[in-house]
Design a protein around this ligand. Structure first.
Ligand SMILES: NC(=O)c1ccc[n+]([C@@H]2O[C@H](COP(=O)([O-])OP(=O)(O)OC[C@H]3O[C@@H](n4cnc5c(N)ncnc54)[C@H](O)[C@@H]3O)[C@@H](O)[C@H]2O)c1
Length: 324
């Protein structure tokens, strides 16, 4: 069928994940790529049967939809270029690094009326989908939560420790589960936060308390220098003598009262692209471009989610008071 031509700007690690999934989708033609590093673009194009073009603008003109998979600080510039040509956008997280830029993207998406999707793949990871399902169905009514989102290092790729490129550690890693708090518990009312520049030149340790608008509250910690000791990512949700607990994106356990056994779903044998939600987020993006809905389109993050997440992160940095 190959109805949709997709272009890619930035041909690094995550672009390879997306292209590997998109090339199996009959509705997609992988078109052209642009990367500032010509060798990277050429290798990528050869691997995925695409062509390299000499500018982002050329890729956008050649495409129906464009993946923005460059380092964080270039997301806004590239997204606005794509939107200025009225093309659909899939942008990797983060949405933007400040609220002024975030507002510009919201306005441009709404003005052009295109499909915009933000790469919060964890929303589609089976572990987190199960958590959301147990909450949405009313099987567990959350009262409070305990979240940790750590990172082993800020060394790979090397730009991850440079706040001028990432926007700060919150915008690089922690934001995945900041988005998750809204996905699972609704909108944030207030965050209390302390942080420190412990190991890297950026704020790399955060201790936070989240109060949600519906009265649910929880603690959230995030450190950037823990080694990759397991589990570096964990969500625990507490209800009325009930709990749901995740182990990374490998497994989710839940216990719904004092007298029933713990149920555990283990997803560790799924391919990583499915386990981490990448496969489904790409399938939904293509469905949205085609105007199809398998019933799960509303699980993905939109430009409005992007804006709200930036608002929360700016507020946290302001409260910590040490810059980024
Ligand atoms: N959703 C997720 O789980 C997830 C996972 C990894 C990365 N990411 C995000 O994806 C983005 C890319 O990360 P990565 O790990 O693929 O990085 P990477 O360093 O492997 O790749 C980035 C690529 O962009 C190219 N590039 C840099 N500046 C450019 C520019 N101005 N124009 C065109 N090309 C440019 C680089 O040469 C490189 O090939 C980041 O924003 C990161 O936060 C998201």
């Amino acid at each position: 069928m190959n109805d949709i031509t997709i272009g890619i700007i930035g041909t690094g690690a995550i672009a390879r994940t997306h292209a590997g999934i998109l090339q199996r989708n009959d509705a997609v033609k992988l078109g052209s790529v642009y990367d500032v590093r010509k060798d990277s673009g050429e290798r990528f194009a050869a691997d995925f049967g695409m062509q390299t073009l000499s500018s982002a603008e050329d890729v956008i003109a050649d495409s129906d939809a464009v993946y923005v998979t460059v380092p964080n600080k270039f997301h806004v510039e590239m997204t606005l270029k794509v939107l200025s040509q009225g093309k659909h956008v899939f942008c990797e997280k983060p949405f933007a690094l400040n609220l002024t830029d975030a507002r510009m993207i919201v306005d441009a998406v709404e003005k052009k009326g295109v499909v915009y999707q933000l790469g919060f793949s964890r929303r589609l990871a089976p572990v987190y989908k199960k958590m959301k399902e147990l909450i949405t169905s009313g099987e567990l009514k959350p009262k409070s939560f305990n979240i940790k989102m750590n990172r082993g290092e800020l060394q790979v790729p090397p730009w991850t420790s440079d706040s001028k490129i990432t926007g700060g550690f919150l915008f690089e890693s922690t934001l995945h589960l900041i988005d998750m708090t809204r996905y699972l518990f609704g909108e944030v009312k207030e965050v209390t936060a302390v942080g420190s520049k412990s190991v890297y030149p950026c704020v790399d340790d955060f201790s936070m308390i989240f109060e949600m608008e519906n009265g649910i509250h929880g603690v959230f910690s995030s450190s950037a220098h823990t080694t990759w000791i397991f589990p570096f990512e964990r969500v625990e949700i507490y209800g009325d003598h009930a709990s749901i607990v995740s182990d990374e994106m490998e497994a989710v356990s839940y216990c719904m009262d004092l007298n029933t056994p713990v149920e555990k779903l283990n997803f560790s044998t799924l391919p990583v692209d499915e386990r981490w939600g990448f496969t489904e987020e790409n399938e939904i993006f293509v469905d949205r471009l085609l105007g199809r809905d398998s019933g799960e389109n509303d699980l993905v993050a939109t430009h409005l989610d992007g804006y709200k997440n930036v608002e929360i992160m700016e507020d946290i940095y302001e409260k910590v008071g040490l810059g980024r």
